[in-house]
Design a protein around this ligand. Structure first.
Ligand code: PRX
Length: 655
């Protein structure tokens, strides 16, 4: 395969420098499938257990008996794995924090991080937080976000991190769903030179969350904040009183480590629940093999801790492996578009893991900002979160990595907890745009619309017959939804919600979501949530939201809005609707385009035909397919005409 056009073979240097070469990968993968018990009991030994597990995989996706249990009789603590076991070399850098302002950075050694985590863990215990209690974390990208997660893990509390860009309403919904009594936040966040009103958002959210008894507030900027006596507590005052050592809570491998809310195709966001043992093993193993972590590396994942990528590859995976992990508070374009590359030089980053959206946003500014840096420390590049278009892949490979650094395109989801389809840099020849082959223990399957499993080269819906130890265990307090969302569509299989193609080499090419979820800048949004925000406006009758191709974000948010008959469609109303979505969900969900739609295409039973709306938004109206199911096909002509005329671009930036 290596000499074929469009295929990037593994270099000789990488064959020996990486943990595994091609043969090594094939053997390990085969063994993980044919002898899962033997394979996983060996892998489990890479974690530090209070009681080593004798059980390994106990998984069934069969109807009526969905069960995902791993290492069930093992006992461990995630914070011990991420901290205590590295204290023999306690001065080693655990977190290198780079502030939004280039003059600010901080390094926390493993010893310092351990002490900070223990102090906060003791502080949380003093507030009455214990095993199984939920703690919501709403923090900007500061080391204390990792400290807070690990402090929860230390005492067995289940953390629910909410991305700092979510609105008060979204935050309140997530706090209510998991019924946390304690919240950890900051006075303000800082991003791209601007301040984010975190505590003010929290104050608004907590008006709807009377069960929250304590709000711990970190001083990030020292800005003015509102204060509720008896409820609010400064972080520094809480930890100052505490000892720098804290007895870790022994946790069963299946005890929950965290909940992370993510959008689905229906209803409110789902609380995806992850386990302690299986999750930690999946995060650390993939960090080691896919991101090829070695002891001398400086690892940087540019995600936010509010998303699963930040959980697995800023915090748990790297720290479990004793790595030095970089955490960046800012954005790629601030103060200028050379910032990523300056940080790579400043901290001698060797493994760099980012999103296709970040790459595309930097391509716009050309090669000069990249060329001004040396990037001599870089050896491996990774991408995550959305399909990478081959042009962006090539730019990343040629300009950023100077053809020296392999690219690992990693496919996974909040639900899988860790990477499940990706190349190993010493083993897998890559093809731009393909996430390539499954990781150990993962068995991907492609099915057609009738649920028939397809063999060989094919295209269809991507399912997993086995997903690895990092798979979600349930939807928090909603096991019925867990089954409905993932296991009802194709009995015996976990349905990912993605479409995929498998080529003649067995490589997987993810084609994107096939459900009502869109992926904007690598962030997952439920179209239904955005539609409800729009439809709640008093002048709106209904709204339909679809994704459409967007040069930088991959997909943009395209909203068709039907107004009440007497209402005039004005630019001011359009901006008000965008503001409403920002307020209700958060800026990431703001529509990029709003088209006034006198009517929406529906079936006779009233179901909106989104497939057609997607085509129109993508300017592919010539190819609308079968329109015979439409109740009134004249609606389409109006919409196609409206698409041409729609002054709909770049709204989100202006409002
Ligand atoms: O559609 C796939 C896309 O992101 C979805 C998962 O989103 P989320 O749970 O927010 O997690 C994102 C970070 C892991 C998937 O269903 N996706 C993720 N990685 C890739 C991708 N699509 C194509 N290629 C990828 N490498």
């Amino acid at each position: 395969m290596s000499s074929r056009p469009g295929v990037f073979p593994v270099s000789d240097e990488w064959k020996w420098r990486a943990w595994l070469d091609e043969r090594g990968y094939r053997e390990a993968y085969q063994r993980s499938i044919t002898d899962p018990q033997g394979f996983w009991s060996e892998q489990a030994a890479s974690l530090s257990w209070f009681t080593a597990p004798r059980k390994t995989r106990d998984v069934s996706f069969e109807p009526g008996e969905i069960r995902i249990h791993w290492f069930e009789d093992g006992v461990l603590n995630a914070s011990v794995n991420c901290l205590d076991r590295h204290l023999h070399d306690g001065s080693r850098a655990a977190i290198i924090w780079e502030g939004d302002d280039p003059s600010e950075s901080r390094t926390l050694s493993y010893a310092e991080l351990h002490a900070q985590v223990c102090r906060l863990a003791n502080g949380l215990r003093s507030l009455g937080v214990g095993k199984g209690d939920r703690v919501t974390i709403y923090l900007p990208m500061v080391p204390e976000a990792a400290v807070a997660m690990l402090a929860c893990a230390r005492i067995g509390a289940i953390h629910s991190v909410v991305f700092a860009g979510f609105s008060p309403e979204s935050l309140a919904g997530r706090i209510q769903d998991c019924e946390s009594r304690v919240l950890i936040t900051a006075d303000e966040g800082v991003r791209g030179g601007r301040r984010l009103p975190m505590k003010a958002n929290v104050d608004e959210a907590l008006r709807h969350c009377p069960q929250v008894s304590t709000c711990v507030v970190l001083r990030r900027t020292g800005g003015e904040v509102g204060w509720t006596e008896g409820r609010d507590l400064w972080y520094d005052e809480l930890v100052a009183r505490q000892a720098p050592a804290c007895e870790p809570e022994p946790m069963g491998a299946e005890d929950p480590l965290f909940i992370l809310y993510t959008s689905g195709s229906t209803g409110k966001p789902k609380g995806v629940q992850h386990s302690t043992g299986g999750y930690l093993l999946a995060a650390s193993l993939t960090h080691k093999y896919v991101l090829d972590y070695h002891a001398e590396d400086v690892f940087w994942c540019t995600a936010d801790v509010g998303w699963v990528t930040g959980h697995s590859y800023i915090v748990y995976g790297p720290l479990a492996n004793g790595a030095t992990t970089v955490m960046f508070e800012g954005v790629p374009g601030y103060p200028d578009s050379g910032r990523f590359w300056q940080i790579i030089d400043k901290h001698r980053v060797s493994i760099f893991y980012t999103s296709p959206t970040a790459i595309r946003s930097l391509i716009r500014d050309g090669e000069a900002p990249v060329r001004r840096s040396s990037r001599a420390s870089l050896r491996l590049l990774g991408t995550v979160g959305e399909p990478i278009n081959p042009e962006a892949w090539r730019w990343y490979y040629e300009v950023v990595g100077e053809r020296r650094c392999p690219i690992v395109d990693t496919w996974w989801q909040t639900e899988t907890g860790a990477i499940v389809i990706a190349p190993l840099p010493g083993a897998t020849a890559t093809k731009p745009g393909s996430a390539t082959l499954p990781f150990f223990g993962v068995e991907p399957v492609i099915v057609d619309e009738h649920g028939r499993i397809l063999e060989g080269a094919c295209e269809g819906m991507l399912c997993l017959r086995q997903g690895g130890p990092g798979m979600l265990r349930t939807i928090y307090r909603d096991p019925a939804r867990f089954v409905r969302a993932y296991f009802d569509a194709y009995p015996g299989l976990y349905f990912t919600g993605d479409g995929a193609r498998r080529d003649e080499d067995g490589y997987y090419w993810i084609t994107g979501r096939v459900d009502d979820v869109i992926n904007v800048s690598g962030h997952r949004l439920g179209t239904v949530e955005i539609e409800s925000a729009l439809a709640a406006h008093p002048e709106v009758v209904e709204a339909a939201v679809v994704g459409y191709p967007h040069d930088v974000k991959g997909q943009g948010v395209y909203a068709y809005v039907t107004l009440k008959t007497h209402v005039r469609p004005t630019a001011a109303l359009r901006e008000e609707l965008v503001r409403r979505v920002r307020r209700q969900i958060g800026p990431i969900a703001a529509p990029d385009a709003i088209q006034w739609a006198p009517a929406l295409p529906k079936t006779r039973s009233g179901k909106i035909l989104r497939r057609m709306l997607r085509k129109i938004a993508a300017n592919e109206a010539a190819d609308l397919g079968d329109t015979s199911t439409l109740a009134d096909s004249s609606v389409l002509d109006g919409l196609i005409q409206g698409r041409r005329e729609a002054a709909t671009v770049a709204l989100a930036e202006r409002v």
